[in-house]
Design a binder for this molecule. Structure first.
Ligand code: PLP
Length: 220
């Protein structure tokens, strides 16, 4: 079943778009099934759950942390995490840098932006990102690499609104690219789009879609 669903999703993906299978709350057996169908990128939103699953599952899985991350928990995922999508403060980034250094690696990160209308969602605005990227503390970090942006659209059926929010995130990406990363070809990722809105997100420039319930079924 999962193999078929993954095949169907792949038919809809634009060239160069990475599919992240969001496996939060789902058991390792289902992740293994997706792995056997060729899926290698998985997303989790909780540190402990991700660490437990990573210990059980094949070592060549690329684990993406997509949920809010507290600084004091970075150490649990620093040895293996592939990409952290949810960097929303200098404090968090500097803890990631510190833990990456301890593990002798460079950890890739995305800056998370607040693009939705809802108050509750985490994320930076453009001005906050500017001050982060120009801070001397950031400029001295050697063990993190910022490779793009991430955002979540409003939870609404209003397609125009969702499109606008994705388009805004793509605009933020372009501005940062121009202002800070014009010579850095690694800065290219726009993590946007979930089960319900990833087609719209790809129209607006998404390079990474995070799809959970379509692949693994609904969550409680
Ligand atoms: C849960 C989650 C997803 C996946 O949502 P689905 O609607 O199940 O595809 C994507 N991104 C983030 C940040 C999530 O927390």
């Amino acid at each position: 079943m999962i193999r078929q669903i993954l095949n169907e999703i792949h038919k809809t993906l634009k060239d160069g778009v990475t599919l992240i299978a969001v496996s939060k709350t789902k058991p390792a057996t289902l992740i293994q099934e997706a792995y056997e169908a060729g899926q290698r990128h998985f997303g989790e939103n909780k540190v402990q759950e991700m660490a437990e699953k990573a210990a059980l599952l094949p070592k060549d899985i690329h684990w993406h942390l997509i949920g809010h991350l507290q600084s004091n928990k970075v150490k649990y995922i620093a040895p293996f995490v592939h990409l952290i999508h949810s960097v929303d403060s200098l404090k968090l980034l500097s803890e990631i840098d510190k833990q990456a250094k301890k593990n002798n690696r460079v950890i890739d990160c995305l800056l998370q932006f607040h693009i939705a209308q809802e108050e509750t969602k985490f994320g930076l605005n453009l001005q906050e990102a500017h001050s982060l990227l120009t801070s001397s503390e950031f400029l001295e970090m050697k063990n993190v690499r910022i490779i793009g942006v991430m955002g979540m659209a409003s939870f609404t059926n209003d397609e125009q609104q969702v499109k606008l929010e994705f388009s805004n995130l793509n605009g933020i990406f372009s501005q940062l690219k121009n202002d800070f990363f014009s010579l850095d070809e690694n800065f290219r990722e726009r993590s946007m789009g979930m089960s319900g809105d990833y087609l719209l997100a790809m129209q607006e420039g998404s390079t990474m879609v995070r799809i959970g319930s379509t692949i693994f079924g609904g969550r409680n």
